[in-house]
Design a protein around this ligand. Structure first.
Ligand code: AQP
Length: 334
């Protein structure tokens, strides 16, 4: 069976963007049953910018609770944290030697996160996409569900696989396909419809956190930036209206309807009418997840057991692929 891999960083709380762009779709792929599904809390990625160790431990467990509360079933998917499977970092070193500096320099995430002070950014932040390529290819995963913002990194993953195969004259690593589907692959900030909703945005009002309570969710939606027009009844009418488009996309993502179906229903309504509908839907979908997350966070031993078990399963796949890679590259004793 073909294999799916994806990951989320335990670098803070989960946002609605992570949920709709990634996690909800991880659950859909698990339930489709067409692929073996491997999902990871990428703690090694998180430390490319400094993390407080206690907070990192907590965020990793909270993220695991989030996965399970959202519907990832450890009996159906492999669920673990990256550092517990050392093959990720080992393959990443090989890929550091395959990937080129110029490839990394072109990454928009690097440019955004390093900012003007690139000399002071960590080497790990620069090499981030090589580790991401290793995360995927250590499982020979062919499909990677991600949000739109990760598209460029996935292209680089393909380039790494192609160059490795070419440099060593093998057909070993598969060329992966990004799976960027659905209405909400790019959830935008509530304060600026041209900016990605992000857990690191200093403004809490810009995002919905998966741990927000019903009142907070309703308040953030009520205050979300919009334009004064009524909603259009066709997608065309959302052009040049990033804030309106974003709220409609979120409604579609949460409800499972297409954008066309949503607009057929709400076209002509004012935001004063649409926003309460969106709040009600968001609370109905998100509140059970945050309640379950909070419950699971009381069961730390249970979470650690699930992670350890997932790491064991992941290593069974990863270890032989690393061994074969070492053989191809010419490492004695592999
Ligand atoms: N706003 C978003 N819309 C759709 N998908 C999103 N994702 C993140 N934000 C959105 C998707 O979530 C997955 C995991 O993301 P990540 O934790 O690896 O890191 P990120 O993309 O860096 O997330 P943030 O929230 O923006 O964190 P910071 O602020 O630290 O940079 C990915 O599949 C991503 O596409």
């Amino acid at each position: 069976t073909p294999r799916v891999f994806s990951g989320i960083q335990p670098s803070g709380g989960l946002t609605l963007g992570n949920y709709l762009g990634a996690m909800k779709r991880f659950v859909d792929m698990q339930e489709a049953g067409t692929h073996e599904t491997v999902y990871c809390m990428v703690d090694l990625h998180a430390i490319t910018v400094w993390q407080d160790p206690d907070k990192l431990r907590r965020a990793t467990r909270e993220l695991c609770a989030g996965f399970i509360a959202a519907g990832i079933d450890p009996a159906k998917s492999i669920l673990f944290n990256q550092s517990a499977v050392p093959e990720h970092a080992q393959l990443a070193w090989i890929f550091n030697c395959v990937a080129r500096m110029g490839w990394m320099q072109r990454m928009t995430q690097w440019k955004d996160k390093a900012g003007k002070n690139a000399q002071n950014a960590s080497l790990g932040l620069f090499a981030y996409p090589a580790l991401m390529a290793a995360d995927i290819l250590i499982y020979h995963a062919t499909h990677v569900p991600v949000g739109e913002d990760q598209k460029q990194h996935l292209e680089l993953t393909r380039d790494v696989a192609i160059k490795f195969n070419h440099d060593y004259g093998v057909d070993f690593f598969p060329v992966t396909e990004p799976v960027i589907e659905g209405a909400a692959t790019r959830v935008m900030s509530f304060r600026d419809g041209t900016k990605k909703m992000s857990k690191s945005d200093p403004s809490d009002a810009s995002r919905i956190n998966m741990t927000d309570d019903a009142d907070t969710i309703a308040k953030k939606i009520r205050k979300a930036k919009t334009d004064p027009e009524a909603l259009p009844s066709e997608v065309k009418g959302l052009e040049e209206r990033p804030e309106a488009r974003n709220l409609v996309n979120i409604y579609a993502g949460l409800s499972g309807l297409t954008v066309d179906q949503v607009l057929a229903d709400v076209g002509g309504k004012q935001f004063s009418e649409f926003k309460p509908m969106l709040s009600e839907l968001a609370v109905a979908k998100l509140a059970p997840i945050s309640t379950e997350m909070a419950r699971l966070m009381q069961e730390q031993d249970e979470i650690d057991k699930i992670l350890a078990q997932g790491a064991g399963q992941a290593r069974e796949i990863a270890a032989p692929i690393l061994k074969k890679t070492y053989e191809i590259v010419g490492m004695v004793g592999a």
